[in-house]
Structure formats: C-alpha cells, structure tokens
Design a protein around this ligand. Sequence first.
Ligand code: NAP
Length: 298
Amino acid sequence: MPQISGTTKLLGVIGNPIAHTFSPVMHNAAIAHLGWDYRYVAFAVTPADLAAALAGFAAIGVVGCSVTIPHKQAIIPLLAEISPLARAVGAVNTIWNTPTGWHGTNTDIPGFVAPLVGLERDWGQTTALVLGNGGAARAVVAGCHQLGCGEIHVFGRTAPKLAEFGASWQDLELGTIDRDVSVPVRLQTHLWDELPSFTLRDRLLLVNSTPIGMYPAVEDSPLSTETLSKIGADAIAYDLIYTPRPTKFLQLATDNGAIAIDGLEMLIQQGAIAFKLWLQQPAPVEVMRQALLQHLGD
Ligand code: NAP
C-alpha cells in the first residue's frame, strides 16, 4: 500500500471502548491488497463527543466510518440521510461523508444474513430463536424477517427492555429477500427464564446475540447442554461471537448435529458491504477473511 503521504485518505471506526476492534485488521488488509492510498483507524469517541467528532471528521475529509457500541442509535439524529432499513431498525453501523452531510446505513443486517442465504432451507418452515434483545438482536430480527422465517421468538432477561424491544417492531413493515414487497415484522418476546420450558421444534435457527460465551468466559453457553440435546439435526446454531471460535454454544450445538455459524463471517460481510459503499469498489472478501483468521491465530 502506498506510504502515508499528503494524499492519504482516512476511513475508521468510532466506538467506545474501541481498542479491541478487529475492523482495522480486515479493512487495512483490503486496502493494502488493492494498493489504495487509504488508512483505516480506530477512534475512541465518547457519547458526549460524538457530534463534535462527526463535524471534525467532515471538516478534515474523513471518507467513511464504521459505527459501533455505544453510538449505533445515538448517531441517527446527526446524519443528513439514513437508509430506510437502518431507520426502520433504529441502528446505523456505517456512515459516509457526502457534500450534503453524513449518510448512514446498516450493513449488520445483510452481514448477518449472508452466511444463511446459501443454505438449502425452507425459511417459511423455520423457527428463529433470538437470544438477547440488544443492538445486534435488532439486526438479527430484521435479518430473520428478510429471510422469511415462519416464526421469530426473542428471549431477554430484563422485562422492561424486552417489552420496549417488542413494541419497537409493532407496525413496522420490512422487505423480504424473495419478495419485493414490505410485510409486517412479526415476533414474540419471552423472558429468559422461559427458555428451558420452550418447546423446541424441528427446523430451528438459534441465534446467540448475547455476550454469553465470549472470551474469557469460554465455558459459558446461553443454552444448556440439556436444552441443546433436544434440538433437531436440522437446526442451525449461529453465534454472533467470534472469540473463541467455536464458542461453547456452537460446540454443544454441533455435538447434537446442528450446522454452526460463528460471528466472524458476519463481521467480514458487514465490513465488505461498508467497504464497497466507501470506495465504490467490491471488497476483496477472501483477503479480509484471511487477515482476520491470521489475526485470531487460526
Ligand atoms: P448489547 O446491545 O449490549 O446487547 C446484549 C444483549 O445480551 C442484551 O439484551 C443483554 O441483556 C443480553 N445479555 C447480556 N448478558 C446476558 C446474560 N448473562 N443473560 C442473558 N442475557 C444477557 O450488545 P450487542 O451489540 O447486541 O452485542 C451482542 C453480542 O453480539 C456481542 O457478543 C457482540 O460482540 C456480538 N456482535 C457481533 C457482531 C458481528 O459482526 N459478529 C456484530 C455485533 C455484535 P440486558 O440488556 O438485559 O442486559
């Protein structure tokens, strides 16, 4: 990649804390592969400084940024334009600078869906169980809806937050992958304690969107060994976590015959879509994947 010079352009990720982000690894590998005069940097930005940071980035010509915790919702009122999907879901994870101000969208949703679309599956017959109701769960629910999952059940541990989450989808219509029309998002919410008594059917898509099982608590799993022993062999277990690979949840699920998908592919795919938005150039996805795998020591 060209040396940093007077013409080097900036991309980055804003979040807080941000020191442990993997995004610079995959984006700088992609930039180097293409030989572009760009660098991708992590910026620690506190909520109080978010507006000032965006104004400053615009002033110095930052081309685009990834947006992560805790700014995915708070950034929305600061943007000049936001994609209909990101507005509907209420979360932005990618922004780019335009002459009229910052534009934003949500690439977590297509990033989540990407490893699923290639699977042979009757999604209308699939029941999605989404564990957790935080920011990432919003992308997961939207993705399950886009796939056309027959039922979507969301489990959360904090009743008021869960109720708020459920209410936020009411009256919301989103498109699906196989049809060009928007249809209402239908989901049911359940308290976490109901998980052991929930009847597990065939054709499950289990998604962990909690941090349970993330390094260093690698022996934790959001679903118990006993619960996972009841899943059908046609289940898909999807963990948004990517350290460790695999998580305990995915290990237990595959022991019971499930297909396992970890969070690395979602990370790569959401980044690849963002990269294309910023540089108007398809991302070298395999280069990004290999850079992350090397970074993770695989
Ligand atoms: P978040 O907004 O903080 O949400 C976390 C959710 O998990 C909340 O609903 C929280 O419940 C719940 N939770 C936390 N600990 C729990 C426990 N012990 N028992 C039951 N529920 C628990 O975080 P997020 O942004 O959604 O991220 C969630 C996970 O997804 C993280 O591991 C993150 O690294 C991962 N992620 C991966 C990608 C990717 O590209 N692979 C992208 C985004 C996120 P309360 O709100 O009630 O505390």
